[in-house]
Design a protein around this ligand. Structure first.
Ligand code: B12
Length: 501
């Protein structure tokens, strides 16, 4: 029988602001790794099982893994789903598979994860070349071959062996197209009006910034000595156009959700791609994370106008802090003036674009007054939705400490990027100040701007505003009540009904 490599995304709690049809995006990492494996290794079957997209709970998933009997199972989680990652690893081992873990969480807690005994190999950083060489080494059956694969860690008796870092791929155009054919494509964005038939797609990898709280520039960074430097790589407009044609024509995708940490970091590629799309007569809805300074630059060059004309209708900007000192503490280099100008331009010139700004609180020295000031500042910038994120000491970032590791994974439930009142690890007074401001600080300007959004003439913006307003209000109210009653121990993620089914 041909051995198979099975990538699995296990059941998990949902982020409370997402609707059920868009809570799960196509797992692009698995699609890209699967495509590389298919191209690079012979005599291995490659499969992806995306349980949440199929609304498959743990009982069915466990049966399915036992029935498929894969030789290897690939896992990769956000920190918040560490519990599920480890549970999946145990299920896979019970079914006789070797477990390979990777991604932005496991790659930064390799030793700890390997010591749980349920993970066999951890892949660090970019995975396509590594997974090909790793599977070849595992196929050979000679453990010495493992040590020759760059960019991995594995246990050798009591010792954790980490091989030299893997160099970044020099040319992203040479990656095979992600294996969308292995995914239940029809499930993503099905029935969604705001993100219909969504596809996940990347313009490039890495970032120009090196923000202290972020793991993404490290995940796709360039190894230098013992450390890592930010490195931005982009795919060419030609290749992106090919990918979009395949996504829209073969897979009937109608919304492009760009996964880049910073979609507009490069001054040339996004604008050129938009121009090519427009020349083809294609306009397709798109959402992306942008930098404020690059948005200002692109507004001046005309690239932003082309992007919006080609369909960009939802943008996320990391504002992070209202003060220069706070930005410096986070090593964030886009300035407040640039971010202010970016929101003002978007509001004035592209009023139908739905804008989101995110802030980080919980830095040393933050008080309820700081958080209230942050809340008012967000109102001044005039974005359509604000996310206030408690600083999470993510593995791989400067704030992580090895003693935070919890082999049950439960502690990582707090890494949900959600404000809370009184949960262990998050300053309760800051969460309380923030949520109280959300619930009770209704200035005349706030009432006016909310009404303007809820009654906006653009139907999509109106729907987005209503959807977010209802979900945010429900979240703030329930978190406040649970917090004040001392019951906010489980975090703000929502367990879907089918979780154990
Ligand atoms: C799409 C996305 C979402 C979507 C869909 C999530 C879903 N579950 O379907 C939405 C918007 C709903 C979302 C929600 C959340 N997300 Co999210 N999300 C992403 C995003 C933007 C893209 C992921 C992606 O496709 N990347 C592209 C692939 C190609 O890159 P990659 O994942 O790094 O994979 C490469 C390597 O890492 C490696 N690799 C990865 N996995 C594996 C596995 C194996 C076996 C191997 C060998 C290699 C390997 O190889 C790959 C190819 O080179 C990332 C940021 C980012 N750009 O990665 C955040 C990110 C993963 N999310 C994050 C977080 C925190 C969340 C939330 C908790 C809060 C939030 N909203 O931000 C919720 C949790 C939701 C949930 N329960 O699942 C964090 C995770 C940080 C961490 N270390 O835990 C990230 C990194 C963003 C960030 N701000 O730091 N998210």
């Amino acid at each position: 029988m041909t051995p198979s490599f099975l990538f699995v995304r296990p059941p998990r709690p949902l982020w409370p602001f997402n609707g059920p049809s868009t809570a799960f995006w196509p797992p692009l990492a698995f699609a890209s790794l699967a495509a590389a494996l298919r191209e690079g290794v012979r005599d291995v079957g490659v499969e992806i099982l995306d349980a949440p997209a199929l609304r498959m709970g743990w009982r069915t998933l466990t049966r399915e893994i036992h029935a498929r009997r894969p030789a290897w199972v690939g896992i990769g989680e956000e920190a918040v789903s560490c519990v599920e990652g480890l549970r999946l690893a145990r299920v896979a081992k019970d079914a006789g598979a070797a477990v390979v873990a990777g991604g932005c969480f496991f790659g930064h807690v390799a030793g700890e994860a390997l010591r749980t005994g349920c993970i066999d190999v951890v892949v660090h950083g970019e995975g396509e070349q590594t997974i090909v060489e790793l599977v070849q080494a595992l196929q050979s059956g000679d453990r010495r071959d493992l040590a020759r694969v760059a960019g991995i860690s594995f246990a050798d008796g009591e010792e954790i062996v980490t091989t030299p870092p893997r160099a970044l791929l020099p040319d992203l155009d040479r990656l095979p197209l992600p294996a969308y054919d292995l995914l239940p494509v029809g499930r993503y964005g099905r029935g969604s009006r705001n993100h219909p038939n969504l596809a996940a797609i990347e313009l490039g990898r890495g970032c120009v910034g090196a923000c202290g709280f972020c793991v993404l520039w490290r995940q796709m960074g360039r190894a230098v000595g013992e450390g890592v430097m930010p490195q931005l790589r982009t795919t060419s407009p030609d290749r992106l156009l090919d990918e979009i044609r395949v996504l829209t024509r073969r897979f009937d995708r109608r919304y492009l959700a760009w996964v880049d940490p910073c979609f507009n970091a490069d001054a040339r590629v996004p604008g050129e791609l938009a121009e090519r799309l427009l020349r083809e007569g294609t306009s397709i809805g798109q959402g992306a994370w942008l930098r404020g300074d690059c948005t200002v630059r692109d507004a001046r060059s005309g690239a932003l106008a082309r992007l919006v004309a080609a369909g960009l209708n939802e943008v996320y900007l990391g504002v992070e802090r209202p003060d220069a000192d706070g930005l410096r503490a986070l090593n964030k280099t886009a300035t407040i003036d640039e971010t202010r100008e970016a929101f003002a331009t978007l509001r004035r010139d592209y009023p139908h674009v739905f804008t989101v700004g995110s802030f980080i609180y919980g830095l040393q020295g933050d008080t309820p007054a700081t958080v209230r000031a942050m809340y008012r500042f967000a109102g001044e910038l005039g974005m359509d939705k604000t996310f206030f994120i408690p600083l999470a000491p993510l593995p791989g970032t400067a704030a992580w400490r090895p003693e935070f590791w919890d082999p049950t994974g439960e502690r990582f439930r707090e890494f949900d990027f959600l404000p809370s009142v009184g949960r262990h690890g998050q300053p309760a007074d800051l969460g309380l100040a923030l949520l109280s401001a959300c619930a009770f600080d209704w200035t005349r300007e706030r009432v006016r701007s909310n009404l303007a959004r809820l009654l906006h003439r653009d139907a999509r913006k109106r729907r987005m505003a209503r959807h977010i307003f209802l979900r945010s209000t429900a979240f703030a109210a329930s978190t406040l009540v649970r917090g004040l009653l001392g019951r906010d121990k489980v975090g703000g993620m929502v367990l879907p009904r089918w979780y154990e089914s």
